[in-house]
Design a protein around this ligand. Structure first.
Ligand SMILES: NC(=O)c1ccc[n+]([C@@H]2O[C@H](COP(=O)([O-])OP(=O)(O)OC[C@H]3O[C@@H](n4cnc5c(N)ncnc54)[C@H](OP(=O)(O)O)[C@@H]3O)[C@@H](O)[C@H]2O)c1
Length: 265
C-alpha cells in the first residue's frame, strides 16, 4: 500500500487535491485512479459516477474521494457545481490543487451546414467553456500554494479533418487558452502551471463512437476502424501513466507546453 504523505504546517494539515472531469470511464477514470495512488485527494465531476469502485480504491490508498454529478455542458449546473467544489476545498488546507479538464465529446461530426445548432453549442460548452469556467472559478476562490491545470487536447487541434470542424476548433481553442493562461501566470509571477496533454488514439468509448460514424460525416472513418482492427489504439491506462509522470515531475514542467503522449512513451 502506498504510504500517505502528510505535510504538517502551523495551523493545519496541507493536502494535495485533484479535480478530474469525465472520470466515469476512459482516460479520466485511469487518471483519477493514478492520482489516488499518488497522494492526491480526488474530486470527480461527470454525469454518471463510479462511486463504489472509487470509494474502495480511495480507502485502500487512504485518500478521500468526492463525486459531483453534473452535466458540464449545462452552464448553470456547472457554475453551481464549481461553487460546491470551492466549498469542499475551503474546508481543507490545500497545498496543491490540480485540475484535469478531461471530459469531452467528439460529436457532432459532419461538414458545416449539416449539423444541429444545439449540438454545436453543447459541444463548445463541454469542450471549451466548461474548462475555462472551472479554472477561472477555482483560481479566484481557492487558496493553493501550487495550482496546476492539465487540459486534455487532441491531435485534431493541429490539423484540419473533414467532418471535425467543431472538435478541431474546440481543441485548438483549448490549446490557445492553455498557452495564454501560462503567459499570464508567468508575467504576473503567480507560479501557476497550465499545460495541455494530447493523449493520442486510445481504446475508449469515444473511439467506438468515431468508428460508428459514416463517411459522409467523417471521411477518415475507415482509417479509424483499421486502427482498432490492427490493435493500434493505446489503452487509457498506458496514456494515464504517461501523464502521471509529467504531474509527478511538476518542477520540470514547461508552462504552456502541449505535451504529446507520443513524445512521452
Ligand atoms: N479516445 C481518443 O482516442 C482520444 C484522442 C484524443 C483526445 N481525446 C480526448 O481525451 C479526453 C477523454 O476521452 P475518452 O476517450 O476517455 O472519452 P470517453 O471514453 O468518451 O469518456 C468521456 C468522459 O467525459 C464525460 N462526459 C461526457 N459528456 C459529459 C457531460 N456533458 N458532462 C460531464 N461529463 C461528461 C463522460 O462521463 P459521463 O458520460 O458520465 O458524463 C466520460 O467520463 C477527451 O477530452 C477527448 O477529447 C481522446
Amino acid at each position: 500500500m502506498t504510504p500517505v504523505r502528510i505535510y504538517i504546517v502551523i495551523g493545519g494539515i496541507m493536502m494535495k487535491f485533484a479535480i478530474v472531469t469525465g472520470a466515469s470511464r476512459g482516460l479520466g477514470e485511469e487518471v483519477a485512479k493514478n492520482l489516488l495512488t499518488n497522494d492526491y485527494h480526488v474530486i470527480t465531476i461527470s454525469r454518471k459516477r463510479k462511486t463504489n469502485d472509487f470509494k474502495n480504491f480511495a480507502n485502500e490508498n487512504r485518500q478521500s474521494y468526492f463525486h459531483f454529478s453534473c452535466d458540464l455542458s449545462d452552464l448553470e449546473s456547472l457554475n453551481d457545481t464549481a461553487h460546491e467544489v470551492v466549498k469542499t476545498l475551503n474546508k481543507n488546507t490545500v497545498e496543491e490543487l490540480l485540475i484535469v479538464n478531461n471530459a469531452g465529446m467528439v460529436t457532432p461530426m459532419g461538414p458545416v451546414g449539416t449539423l444541429e445548432n444545439h449540438e454545436i453549442a453543447k459541444h463548445v460548452s463541454l469542450n471549451l467553456t466548461a474548462p475555462m469556467l472551472l479554472v477561472n472559478t477555482l483560481k479566484a476562490h481557492v487558496e493553493a500554494d501550487r495550482f496546476t491545470v492539465v487540459n486534455v487536447t487532441s491531435g485534431a487541434a493541429e490539423k484540419t479533418i473533414y467532418g471535425w470542424n467543431v472538435y478541431s476548433s474546440t481543441k485548438s481553442a483549448i490549446n490557445m487558452y492553455t498557452q495564454t493562461a501560462a503567459l499570464e501566470s508567468d508575467e504576473r509571477g503567480t507560479n501557476d502551471l497550465h499545460i495541455a496533454f494530447s493523449p493520442g488514439v486510445m481504446d475508449t468509448d469515444m473511439q467506438g463512437e468515431i468508428r460508428e460514424s459514416d463517411q459522409d460525416s467523417f471521411k477518415d472513418v475507415e482509417s479509424f476502424r483499421a486502427l482498432k482492427k490492427e490493435g493500434k489504439l493505446r489503452s487509457a491506462k498506458e496514456v494515464a501513466d504517461a501523464l502521471q509522470k509529467v504531474i509527478n515531475n511538476r518542477d520540470q514542467i514547461e508552462n504552456g507546453k502541449i505535451y504529446r503522449v507520443n513524445e512521452l512513451i
